[in-house]
Design a protein around this ligand. Structure first.
Ligand code: ADP
Ligand code: MG
Length: 253
């Protein structure tokens, strides 16, 4: 049985991409077959696993707009068992181009159905908005992971996200679940982080992952080397916590 997980939060900079790449890499390291789907026009997941965007022939845009066979867009990465459907800046036009398309919310779901059987997990890295690309992701997904940065105003904007989840559940994908809430970028030296953890736990209760991602310089360096933390520095705290998260997510199968 494969599971499709969207990593979503319309706030930018909360750790969606870092989590997509490193959770995916962690799962693959644990022997799972994982497909990353980059549906953010910035394409940070794509470059984050070492794919050179200039060399990409077909990307997620071609799946959504040109009905290209998804299988033809899938690339391998340096981690065995970790594949990716890449995104390039071309995707920036999709939001507008999809407006006039029939069943525009269902494009990604249809495409992933065709490759789903080949993977244990499909992880979709959403853009920082609640537009049609995120709606496509939530419609295709079995569940959503919400990364929340341990900062002031951590819960701000979450009611819009949860509202969007409810709308998708009601109209497009009744079985969509909240897989879990992930606290990211914790600075253990401040009290603020502890306060945010308590606030988020009060709100989301048992949905909050036991694994909390601390701030770790190696995690922020890895993307510029086109690598997940697992290959960039397997002994770092970042690698340790994302492997732990991978185990935790897998345990909720
Ligand atoms: P999003 O995809 O939600 O916009 P990113 O994953 O791109 O967020 O993270 C935003 C920035 O913060 C990036 O530069 C990333 O490298 C950095 N970052 C993310 N998580 C951590 C972490 N745990 N420790 C240090 N830097 C991080
Ligand atoms: Mg991102």
């Amino acid at each position: 049985m494969s599971k499709i997980i969207a990593i979503a939060n319309q706030k930018g900079g909360v750790g969606k991409t870092t989590t997509s790449v490193n959770l995916g890499a962690g799962m693959a390291t644990l022997g799972k077959r994982v497909l990353l789907v980059d549906i953010d026009p910035q394409g940070n997941t794509t470059s984050g696993v070492g794919v050179n965007k200039a060399d990409v022939a077909n990307c997620i845009y071609d799946i959504l707009i040109n009905e290209v066979d998804p299988q033809e867009t899938i690339l391998e990465t340096r981690i065995e068992g970790l594949h990716i459907i890449p995104a390039t800046i071309q995707l920036a036009g999709a939001e507008i181009e999809l407006v006039s398309t029939i069943s525009r919310e269902l494009k990604l779901k249809k495409a992933l159905n065709a490759v789903k059987a080949n993977y244990d997990y499909i992880i979709i890295d959403c853009p920082p908005s609640l537009g049609i690309l995120t709606i496509n992701s939530l419609t295709a997904a079995d569940s959503v992971i919400i990364p929340i940065q341990c900062e002031y105003y951590a819960l701000e904007g979450l009611s819009q996200l949860l509202n969007t989840v409810r709308l998708v559940q009601k109209n497009l994908n009744p079985h969509l679940k909240i897989e879990g809430v992930l606290l990211t970028m914790l600075d253990a030296r401040t009290n603020l982080g502890i306060q945010v953890i308590e606030e988020v736990k009060k709100y989301f209760q048992e949905k909050v992952y036991r694994t909390i991602i601390p701030r770790n310089v190696r995690l922020s360096e890895a993307p510029s080397h086109g690598q997940s933390i697992i290959t960039y520095d397997s002994r770092s705290k970042g690698a340790e916590v994302y492997l732990e998260l991978a185990k935790e997510v897998i345990s909720y199968e």
